[in-house]
Design a protein around this ligand. Structure first.
Ligand code: GUN
Length: 308
């Protein structure tokens, strides 16, 4: 080590915002191509039930991005009192609408609505969230090319490949969290890339030891700064899906800040690359939603689909 250098190597920061901007730029170009080739502009319908503040923000961002890219973008905003039958009727109407290629029902739904029933009502070809059992199953049997894949894990995989290249074969990957939206599809994607995949969860024994073996860690548990620096193998790549708001009294009374599932400073001193929170995985989710909607539109038009 030369004099004056820090004793702790600093990981490269994976700029999810920049990668997401590249993806959406490609979606815009390919959308132009699809329309020139005689296809329809990709159409995205977002359905929001109730008045959850966070959901309103997410849905607004999705709709704005779709319009910005020249998509046909519609939003159905329904009151909390909307019945399950009414939501199902809207999904059916969107399934039949040839101008709509992607249907996204924002989760969580109010408690009186059966989420599985609604997801299963969506035409799998329009299921741009990748939550329908048909799409989950296609991913699981290795038919990713015919599936639509959950946006957040698809974005995480792209970020990993930005750092390690396209060939991940033989890497030890640890996915922390087993949700249907992130953990499980993430594990399937990494398995498809021939990684040796471990899925850890709240009942796993000795998580730090599992983490120390991993070349790739994807943390998606929703526990603020759970993954510590001494859990990380030197040179590992860390993808932090966590978005946890915690009190930040140092910023003033009642103030909060956003942190991931990884203790960033500690982990960044050991890892080779790490996603920040915010600005890492978050922006990739919307970018992949746009990519999925374009993919669905290309398939509907019988045109070749771009690879992301
Ligand atoms: N709520 C939180 N994340 C998501 C998501 O990826 N899709 C949908 N539909 N709802 C969500």
């Amino acid at each position: 080590m030369t004099h004056g250098q820090s004793s702790s190597a600093k990981a490269a920061v994976i700029d999810g915002k920049a990668v997401a901007a590249e993806i959406t730029a490609k979606v815009a170009v390919e959308t132009g191509r699809l329309i020139e080739a005689g296809g329809l502009a990709p159409g995205l319908a977002v359905v929001l039930v109730g008045d959850d503040a966070a959901s309103q923000v997410y849905v607004g961002a999705k709709g704005r991005k779709a319009s910005e890219l020249g998509f046909h973008s519609v939003q159905h905003t329904l009151p909390l009192s909307t019945s399950e039958a009414e939501v199902l009727a809207i999904v059916e109407q969107l399934n039949r609408d040839p101008a709509i290629h992607g249907i996204l029902v924002q989760l969580p739904l109010p408690r009186h609505i059966d989420t599985s029933k609604v997801i299963e009502a969506i035409d799998p070809a329009k299921d741009v969230d990748g939550f329908h059992p048909i799409n989950v199953g296609r991913l699981a049997i290795g038919e990713r090319d015919r599936a639509l894949v959950s946006c957040t894990p698809a974005g995480c995989l792209l970020l990993v490949k930005r750092v390690l290249g396209d060939d991940l074969a033989g890497k030890d990957a640890l996915v922390i969290g087993r949700s249907n939206i992130v953990g499980k599809p993430m594990a399937q994607l990494l398995l498809q890339e021939s990684c040796t995949v471990t899925v850890a969860h709240s009942r796993s024994r000795d998580l730090p030891e599992l983490a120390r073996k991993a070349d790739i860690i994807v943390a998606a548990v929703g526990r603020p700064e759970m993954v510590r620096g001494d859990w990380v193998k030197p040179g590992a790549v860390i993808i932090d899906v966590g978005m946890n708001r915690i009190p930040a009294p140092e910023r003033g009374e009642g103030k909060t800040r956003l942190v991931g599932d990884v203790a960033y400073d500690e982990a960044a001193a050991v890892a080779s690359a790490i996603t920040p929170v915010p600005g890492g995985v978050g922006p990739m989710t919307i970018a992949m939603l746009m990519a999925n909607t374009l993919t669905a539109a290309c398939r509907a038009a019988g045109k070749p689909e771009p690879k992301f």
